[in-house]
Design a protein around this ligand. Structure first.
Ligand code: IPM
Ligand code: MG
Length: 402
């Protein structure tokens, strides 16, 4: 019987922990060993990031394979309509064999729970055979040890840039968020340390290489689109090592872009700034660590009209995955509202995907239709409630404008 088993024997574990310091020692020892393992894995990940990889050139592929994952909750409902758009927009490309649409089976919460894997191996294999993925939201079990499918896919496919545009034309808001997507609070989010009854500790990881690549992506975007400012958003006054390094490296990269002004901001005041109508339209491009990016992009999406209106791109050098910014909305399904889900989010993601893989005409056609339906004409509005259009009705409306 191990020391640990004796300690928790007959439910006296917590008492022993408090009163017998040697049992603390065994937890500490275990945590130190875990920490060493984690540290070595993360350093290995850094070494891999430093190896130069040529980004995939979609223009050179004879066939671009688009993988389609329905996901959970309202996922299959909105994805069904996104597929209709793709079949219409890419009719010629599909007929010519330039594009192949491939259904990915098994990225469902039922299958994931049954297999005990956030992304079962055979599902990951199917996904890796594709060039890009359009994915419906997936459900993440709360607590336990199962990682979110999103986090697994972002890591396995090394999708380091989470790119999220938010616009409110009538207010002059044109924001582009570059959220670091593979590290920060997420990378070891399921590998924390627990000393039962005493404390829990999670880890946040910021790497030089990981920060350089997201910073470069943000500044390159700013340069290409003629933007003049990039906001580097952290909490470097408190998270001195990780956010301190993130800010420092972003500022170093900024020196390569003298025409662009890099501004350091703290995340707390930035969340307030986005609600401040007097100044918010001045912001253009944001670069942030993972969790801050997660939170602030939901806030930004809400300002645009709700999370149902925002698309999200997960970009890596070899793969890219496009999805709605929001989750699977199990509550909507429970309340019988799934058919009223707003598909605008996945439609925007579709538009971004088409642009990313070089199908610019199809992307522009969709962008124009979405602009008419969501911003100018607004004949039908999907509110996510019974008072709004159904998902299918809204899709018919967009299809009619293609
Ligand atoms: C997002 C989502 C995910 C995240 C969840 C589903 C794991 O909120 O893409 O923003 O936290 O990144
Ligand atoms: Mg989120």
């Amino acid at each position: 019987m191990s020391d640990r088993e004796i300690n928790s024997w007959e439910g006296f574990g917590e008492m022993r922990l408090i009163y017998f310091p040697e049992s603390r020692d065994s937890y500490i020892q275990e945590a130190v060993e875990q920490y060493e393992k984690i540290l070595r894995q993360q350093i290995e990940r850094c070494d891999k990031m430093e190896e130069a990889v040529e980004p995939k050139d979609y223009g050179k592929l004879s066939t671009i394979t688009i993988g389609l994952c329905g996901g959970d909750g309202i996922g299959p409902v909105i994805m069904e309509q996104a597929k209709r758009l793709l079949h219409t927009l890419l009719e010629k490309e599909i007929a010519d064999g330039k594009v192949a649409l491939k259904e990915i089976e098994g990225l469902t919460i039922e299958n994931r729970l049954e297999k005990g894997k956030s992304v079962p191996a055979d599902v990951l294999e199917q996904i890796k055979k594709c060039d890009v993925i359009l994915k419906g939201p997936t459900t993440t079990p709360k607590g336990g040890t199962m990682e979110s499918a999103n986090v697994t896919l972002r890591r396995e496919l090394d999708l380091y840039a989470n790119v999220r545009p938010v616009t409110v034309p009538e207010e002059g808001i044109d924001w582009m968020f570059f959220r670091e997507n593979t590290e920060g609070e997420y990378v070891l989010g399921s590998s924390g340390v627990e000393i039962p009854g005493i404390l829990d500790m999670d880890f946040k990881v910021i790497t030089d290489a990981g920060t350089r690549r997201i910073a470069r992506t943000a500044f390159e975007y700013a340069r290409k689109t003629g933007k003049t400012k990039v906001a580097i958003v952290t909490k470097a006054n408190i998270m001195k090592k990780t956010d301190g390094k993130f800010s420092q490296i972003c500022n170093e990269i900024a020196e390569e872009y003298p025409e662009i002004k890099a501004e350091d901001w703290y995340i707390d005041i930035m969340t307030a700034n986005l609600l401040n109508k007097d100044i918010r339209s001045q912001f253009q491009v944001f670069v942030l660590p993972n969790l801050y990016g997660d939170i602030i992009t939901d806030e930004a999406a809400q300002i645009q009209g709700g999370v149902g209106t925002a698309g999200s791109a997960n970009i890596g050098d070899q793969y890219a995955m496009f999805e709605a910014i929001h989750g699977s909305a199990p509550r909507m399904v429970e309340e019988g509202l799934a058919e009223f889900a707003n598909p605008s989010s996945i439609f925007k993601a579709t538009e971004m995907m088409l642009r990313h893989i070089g199908l610019t005409d199809a992307s522009n056609r969709l962008a124009k239709a979405l602009h008419t339906c969501c911003e100018t004409e607004k004949k039908l509005v999907a509110t996510g409630l019974r008072d709004g259009a159904t998902c299918k009705e809204f899709a018919d409306y967009v299809l009619s404008k293609l």
